[in-house]
Write a protein of this length. Sequence first.
Length: 159
Amino acid sequence: MYQVNIILLLTFMVAFILESIDEEPIRVVEVVPHTHTLGAYCLANNIYFEARDQSVVGQYAVALVTINRVKDKRFPDNVCDVVYQRRQFSWTNSMKNDVPEDKKAFDVAMRIAHTVLNYPVVDLTQGALYYHNTSVKPYWSIDYTWVDQIEDHIFYRRD
């Protein structure tokens, strides 16, 4: 069942991205606090800065953790507050530069964000609320249930 879901997900995601790759990139025309547009922009930033070097599947998994947190009562109830919650995502801790430089990679991240926010999607992270890069072993990882490794990230959930 899990394998079938991944195949369906991959087919959908690749078709969506390839279908729209020749179109104009999705642009955020106006950013208004607490609107869907702002949520998509925050989610795309998180995807971009956490996983832009990974495939669509790896980026999609990072997006799902963000959405899973929004749906969990232990976290803020909107995407931007989850993304910018103190000490949750490594890129928001340093905030050296939060402007995406690779426009093509950001466009892919924006398309993934749009898809995750607007369409029913399969949660290949199985409800994961946490992840970390495979190059580190954070102290908190022993407190949660290991779900899966997807490319360079290991995903966990709280049971």
